[in-house]
Design a binder for this molecule. Structure first.
Ligand SMILES: Nc1ncnc2c1ncn2[C@@H]1O[C@H](COP(=O)(O)OP(=O)(O)OP(=O)(O)O)[C@@H](O)[C@H]1O
Ligand SMILES: [Mg+2]
Length: 265
């Protein structure tokens, strides 16, 4: 078995204001291994996004109380980093793609400028080098005319193109881990399939392990090696994908599978 690149142990997320409420994530533990695509599935509201945001350090301490025994990225314990150190790792060694790329891209800068910023900030590149790297990266994620993408503003691109720009930015530094939160849900079915295939292919080429949050069990079957099933803030099943489909153990998994079957029929 490959070594773990991300180890999460007893991660809990609660609203800071209402400690009496059910936690959004409740003692979540798992390992993401080198080279693997690990799916995180579960009904809406079960805590998938909050788990991802907590790992990324994106939850504001004013609103959320995050506790964990361990969130380790390769050799680095993320829970013990200063905000400055965390900022250096985020977007370079661990990065995230969100469901709605319009909110994650800045409308007032060109896509090229935004991708260049990643190379400048994390790789210390200058103007020309960051431009060349950006053009190459746009080509890598499937743009046939990288120059044109470089000069486009986010609103000039289709949803699928914007998501490719986000993937280019998230993968630019060849992170050890990519968290993709429903990365293609907002796209039409054909575009979804293309963007996902590209994402997984790039992960493979760069040796990036992917935590793939999805509602779509078809996606799980096609791309993931293992899956975590979440329900009510807890991981209730952690299984190889073939086992999950053949012998689901937890009632929440059975429910998900039956819904998926219903959607197909
Ligand atoms: N801004 C918020 N304020 C208060 N509670 C929230 C907030 N965002 C999420 N929650 C609660 O946290 C829990 C987990 O939400 P989360 O967004 O992680 O679910 P999810 O599994 O990603 O759902 P979906 O599949 O719909 O994206 C939910 O019960 C939700 O009600
Ligand atoms: Mg979510």
């Amino acid at each position: 078995m490959n070594p773990a690149v991300l180890t999460v142990r007893n991660l809990s997320v609660q609203t800071a204001s209402g400690p009496g409420q059910r936690p959004a994530a409740d003692h979540v533990s798992f390992e993401l291994r080198q080279g693997e695509v690990l799916a995180l599935v579960g009904e809406s509201g079960c805590g998938k996004t909050k788990t991802a945001e907590a790992i990324m350090g994106l939850l504001s301490p004013d609103r959320w109380k995050v506790t964990a025994d361990e969130i380790r990225l390769e050799g680095t314990e993320l829970t013990r980093l200063t905000p400055r150190e965390a900022g250096r790792i985020r977007g370079s060694e661990i990065s995230m793609v969100f469901q709605e790329p319009l909110t994650a891209l800045d409308p007032v800068f060109t896509c090229g400028y935004q991708l260049c910023s990643v190379f400048r900030r994390h790789r210390g590149m200058g103007r020309r080098e960051s431009r060349e790297s950006s053009l190459a990266m746009f080509g890598r994620v499937g743009f046939s005319d990288p120059e044109r993408t470089f000069n486009s503003y986010p609103h000039q691109l289709s949803g699928g193109m914007r998501q490719r720009v986000m993937i280019a930015m998230a993968m630019a530094c060849r992170p050890a881990v990519l968290i993709a939160d429903e990365p293609t849900t907002a796209l039409d079915v054909t575009t979804q399939a293309q963007v996902l295939a590209q994402l997984v292919e790039l992960g493979r080429a760069y040796g990036t392990a992917i935590l793939l949050i999805t509602h779509d069990l078809g996606v799980v079957a096609q791309y993931a090696n293992r899956a975590l099933v979440m329900s009510g803030g807890k991981i209730v099943e952690n299984a190889r994908v073939d086992e999950l489909f053949d012998r689901p153990r937890h009632p929440a998994t059975v429910t998900l599978l039956s819904h998926a079957a219903g959607a197909v029929n």
